[in-house]
Design a protein around this ligand. Structure first.
Ligand code: ARG
Length: 560
């Protein structure tokens, strides 16, 4: 139970039935200034019932609120302010963290499912910065959702279907070399794709051939299917290297192609409800009333589209997983697509659309420009991650040349730096990509938090922490740390409700900072008296920092 809830119960006992427990809890505030205590209850709502001025009620109540939980109760105008008994409370909070360990802040399983559509790169194309963002944000949301007691199904909705595969087949058959593709799949396939577009400018019949080959693929032609399967497999091998570096897993790799035989079902549904109309030969759902352009379902030549596959996927996922919520972690550029998708589902009468959310995010910029995989500004993600690991390795070699598992630690620090940099600001913000900045040990970086945690762990080793309990302290530095620890469950709630991992990142930064203040002021190891108790507090900080970083998908080395 939170201290707010406990205060509410104590107040409820004194106030009686004029207000419900829930009402009281909702009224309790956290004072802006610490001179006004830790929690404050405003008495305005009671004035009518008690036929008294709120100021009078406050002073009456203050007199009746004696409790070991409070070190001081004070009426301040119409407010009843309480000061928590820091010794008692800090003992309780640290005790809870140590008893629960990584389970601190975990909600009980609620039997509900969230389906997350994330990462979702396109076959035969480089894994872009945007896909990195989706992967990292999606993964964090999955961890946060699991922490909140949900079952999570993480789906990589691969872009493995569409006319571009017909074009790629044509290009491969004309100019491709098997060996080259085997050696560097994505690089070669991208080259072929680019060449196709160059040649098609002077030879438009190529486009028709491309469409014809996609048609073959849709109809299950053996050669087309074989090529497609191959392109898909070699691309996935490359993507997997990035996922392994990031430590990200999926429950399903059902991409767009998976819905090839499931689209007719939604087209039928749309027809049944008279929602399909013809427009310039194509089939569309009109969304004029909703203030949007029509949603394209079938092209003139009968080919299906991105939106058609997303409709089929939404129906399939609901039938298969019975999700309560579905998150689509996809860049803000696709906002209209998802609005249209949800609008069409609504027209179809799918109630569960209310639990479906587009989770958009901003761009990654380099020197003020969008980082793109086209126009020469190609940044292959794997290279970025490897570079980050290399820089981390150099740092370690300089600072701690004798570190035991330097290799693994460099990975955790390098990759963690990239992930943390992505997650530290609200997701809708654009990010400036700056490797040097990300890897700094000071400031708002992943390595700063990791380093703080490693330092705390080293205190535990040096002081031979023996698992003792925390005895409680009431100084400001201890209280600074303890009140941060106490916030962790609420912070998780907020991050989940807003689908905003940055709330966790900000929190671990703040907790690290409060611990560094403590460490700067309190001599943890110097005196024997109370040493094990102080180490218990240090231990609780490592527990929560490690768990907070885990929710973000960032490792927490014990030594670095
Ligand atoms: N493959 C798409 C792209 O790279 C993203 C897919 C997102 N998910 C979805 N269900 N539409 O733009």
């Amino acid at each position: 139970m939170s201290y707010k809830q406990q205060y509410a119960e104590i107040l409820h006992g004194v106030i009686g039935e004029e207000l419900t427990l829930e009402q009281i809890e909702q009224l309790i505030e956290q004072p802006k200034h610490e001179d006004h205590g830790d929690l404050a209850f405003p008495c305005f709502m009671l004035a009518k019932a008690f036929r008294k001025a709120p100021v009078m009620i406050a002073s009456d109540l203050a007199e009746k609120l004696e409790n070991p939980l409070f070190s001081k109760v004070q009426a301040a105008g119409p407010y009843v302010n309480v000061f928590l008994n820091r010794s008692v409370v800090s003992r309780e909070i640290v005790g809870e963290v140590l008893a629960k360990g990584g389970e601190f802040g975990t909600s009980e399983a609620n039997g509900k499912t969230i389906v997350t559509d994330f990462s979702s790169p396109n076959i035969a194309k480089p894994f872009s910065m945007g896909h990195l963002r989706s992967t990292v944000i999606g993964n964090a949301l999955n961890q946060i959702s699991r922490k909140k007691g949900y079952d999570v199904v993480g789906i990589n909705h691969l872009g493995d279907w569409g006319t571009q595969f017909g074009k790629l087949m044509v290009a491969y058959k004309m100019w491709g070399e098997e060996e080259a593709v085997r050696a560097h799949p994505i690089e070669e396939l991208l080259k072929l794709y680019v060449r196709f577009h160059e040649e098609a400018e002077t030879n438009p019949s190529l486009e028709d051939e491309g469409r014809a080959w996609f048609k073959k693929l849709e109809q299950g032609d053996a050669e087309a299917t074989e090529l497609w399967t191959w392109f898909r497999e070699v691309s996935l091998v490359e993507f997997q290297r990035v996922y392994d570096l990031l430590g990200v897993q999926f429950d399903s790799l059902n991409g767009e192609a998976f819905y090839n035989d499931k689209m007719q079902h939604v087209v039928d549904l749309l027809e049944e409800k008279n929602l399909l109309i013809e427009s310039e030969g194509a089939m569309v759902v009109d969304l004029e009333v909703e203030g949007m352009p029509p949603c394209l379902i079938k092209k003139k030549d009968g080919a299906t589209l991105y939106a058609t596959r997303d409709l089929a996927a939404a129906v399939y996922r609901h039938e298969t997983y019975h999700f309560e919520q579905a998150f689509y972690v996809v860049g803000g550029e696709q906002a209209l697509h998802f609005k249209q998708l949800f609008a069409v589902l609504k027209k179809l009468g799918f109630d569960h659309v209310d639990g479906m959310h587009h989770v958009p995010f901003g761009l990654i910029m380099k020197d003020g420009k969008k980082m793109s995989t086209r126009k020469g500004r190609i940044v292959l993600l794997e290279e970025v991650l490897k570079e980050a690991i290399d820089v981390a390795k150099q740092n370690i070699a300089e600072k701690n040349p004798n570190l035991a598992n330097a290799e693994q630690t460099a990975r955790q620090v390098g990759v963690g730096a990239v992930i943390f940099h992505d997650l530290k600001n609200e997701r809708m913000n654009n990010i400036e990509f700056d490797l040097e900045q990300m890897l700094k040990f000071e400031g708002e970086t992943g390595p700063y938090v990791q380093y703080t945690n490693a330092r705390a762990n080293s205190l535990l080793r040096k002081g031979n922490y023996d698992g003792s309990a925390f005895e409680g302290n009431d100084d400001d530095y201890t209280w600074g740390v303890v009140s941060m620890l106490n916030q962790f469950p609420v912070v998780i709630d907020r991050a989940f409700a807003r689908r905003e991992p940055s709330i966790i990142s900000r929190y671990v930064l703040d907790l690290a900072q409060s611990f560094n203040k403590y460490y700067g002021q309190v001599r943890v190891l110097e005196e024997d008296a109370g040493k094990q108790s102080r180490l218990a507090l240090v231990k609780s900080v490592t527990v929560v920092l490690t768990e907070g970083l885990r929710l973000l998908g960032v490792g927490a080395p014990e030594e670095m």
